[in-house]
Ligand binder design. Sequence first.
Ligand code: GAL
Length: 147
Amino acid sequence: MALHQQPPLFNPSVPFNTPIQGGLQDGMSITVCGRVWPNADALEVNLQYGSDVILHFNPRYEGGSGFVVHNTNQKGVWGEEEREYKTPVPRGQAFALQILVTQESYKINVNGKPFSEYKHRMPFSWVDHIYVFGKVELNLVAFQYLA
Ligand code: GAL
């Protein structure tokens, strides 16, 4: 059976916004590779359903030590933040972020290492686009599917 696969995007401009054809499925993963500018104050990678943000992955660099905020915004209202007080995506350095969709959660890896897990608050099947914003250059956004 032929499986439609969304082609990778090379060196897309930022802000970056692209539809996810067919939505997300269990076992699918999205890889975002790039480099955060040395003067960045934050980066956001959002999996969205219209203007709702189903997964907000938000490394912040303000102050001395960086941290990453995970959250969901439904109908304009942010939920409770889940924070990791680590800087997996340092400024000025190349990174590879992988978001794996599982039945229970998004499993987030950075540079091949497990970083965080975010339990679903809204159905992953609703995700219709990915949005990336911030002082970041993107080299690749790619989609992997289970055959
Ligand atoms: C807010 C911020 C949003 C988003 C949200 C996550 O303070 O303005 O951009 O990051 O936190 O909880």
